[in-house]
Ligand binder design. Structure first.
Ligand code: IMP
Ligand code: MG
Length: 368
């Protein structure tokens, strides 16, 4: 993994594969321009390496010139494209091959083509090393495509992120999830609250406890809080959407957070799905559901002991305690399945000292 400015990138395409792709394009261009003397129009700065490699493989006579247009700021493509450096000398009557590093929306390309049409070139074709079909908004067919890629932001072999990364000889892609988002699970008495406090400090995460969020919204009479209360007052369950909206608002309050510990949420399959959609719209994801596993008999023992000192009635009656476990088991089973299907379920042995359990949790979380 590498860091450029504030972002992290991971290896995506090897040098060997780039070479193969570049060769493939070079062979086709050689075939098509056998008896011609084309001009390679190199789009600066990104296409510089690609152009260098394909032009060196060109067998006949050719010329090259450069054009520089600006449309990109950071990672967002703009449709406002200005020519920073125009074509020189004139391309009138020439067979031109536009050499691009990557075609994304196609805006840059269209701007260049407009210039070529004004120049009254004889013919033009487009060669690009990378092409993002899902981002492309134009109808124009691209003549030579090295490799089609998904809408990832990539760097290396000429491509940059705000100026950096061009010198890398392999292609790296933006690591999608920059956050560590954890769903923390555990039956009553498993020590979830204690561990959440420790983990929050250690990983600088925001701890979102559904119970706290509900109490906060109701106490402060927020719109969602009042809505939730109206259901509760009628003895109805608060609908998923209301709970989800409260949680979303909580996440959105913490711009720039390094990640979240979700505690008491999600509780249902549809909540889990809604959370996934919400996060993925932000380019984020749940990295793992971490569940503290403690044998039921031990938990009953712990809770009864807690009941003796706390006087909490629900901690004093063994059958009531066992009932809470049943409920927990039924609920978790569904969610465990949900996250297991994404290879994101991690059970952690919750028997031992606080420190021992924290250590076990950290082994899992460090790898998320
Ligand atoms: P378009 O105008 O949206 O097609 O964008 C084309 C230009 O955007 C390319 O020439 C690149 O300079 C830049 N670009 C698009 N996608 C990427 C990427 O994934 N990494 C780096 N630059 C990119
Ligand atoms: Mg470019």
């Amino acid at each position: 993994m590498i860091q450029l400015h504030d972002l992290f990138f991971e290896k995506f395409i090897s040098q060997t594969e780039i070479n193969q792709v570049v060769n493939g394009v070079a062979v086709k261009i050689n075939d098509d321009y056998k008896k011609k003397s084309p001009v390679f129009l190199i789009v600066l700065n990104g296409a510089f390496f690609f152009a260098s490699d394909i032009i060196q493989k060109f067998d006949g006579n050719c010329e090259m010139c450069f054009i520089k247009v600006a449309s990109y700021q950071g990672m967002k493509s703009g449709d406002d494209i200005s020519t920073v450096m125009g074509v020189e000398p004139s391309l009138k009557g020439r067979d031109v091959i536009i050499v691009e590093d990557i075609v994304d929306t196609g805006n840059t390309l269209e701007a260049i083509i407009e210039i070529l049409q004004q120049e009254e070139v004889k013919s033009f074709r487009i060669a690009t090393l990378f092409y993002k079909p899902k981002a492309y908004t134009k109808d124009r067919k691209i003549d030579y495509i090295g490799l089609e890629i998904d809408n990832n932001f990539i760097v290396g072999y000429g491509l940059d992120y705000n100026g950096l990364g061009r010198n890398l000889n392999e292609i790296y892609k933006l690591k999608r999830s920059r956050m560590k988002n954890i769903v923390l699970f555990g039956p009553p008495g498993a020590g979830k609250g204690t561990q959440a406090e420790v983990l929050k400090e250690k990983y600088q995460l925001v701890h979102i406890s559904t119970g706290d969020v509900f109490r906060y919204n109701i106490k402060n009479k927020t719109e969602l809080g009042m809505l939730a209360k109206s259901f509760m007052d009628n003895g109805d369950l608060v609908p998923d959407e209301v709970t989800i909206d409260m949680l979303k608002a909580e996440v959105d309050k913490n711009i720039g957070a390094k990640g979240f510990i979700f505690d008491g949420f999600p509780r249902t399959n549809s909540q889990a799905k809604a959370l996934d959609t919400f996060l993925s719209d932000k380019g984020e994801e749940i990295n793992g559901m971490v569940a503290l596993e403690v044998p039921e008999d031990l938990l009953v023992e712990r809770l009864l002991k807690r009941g003796e000192t706390s006087g909490r009635p629900d901690d004093q009656d063994e059958s009531k305690i066992r009932n809470r476990f049943n409920e927990y088991e039924t609920k978790t089973a569904v969610l465990k399945e949900y996250y297991e299907a994404q290879n994101k379920y991690f059970g952690v042995d919750g028997v031992g000292s606080i420190k021992e359990i924290t250590e076990r949790l950290c082994v899992v979380i460090n790898n998320l």
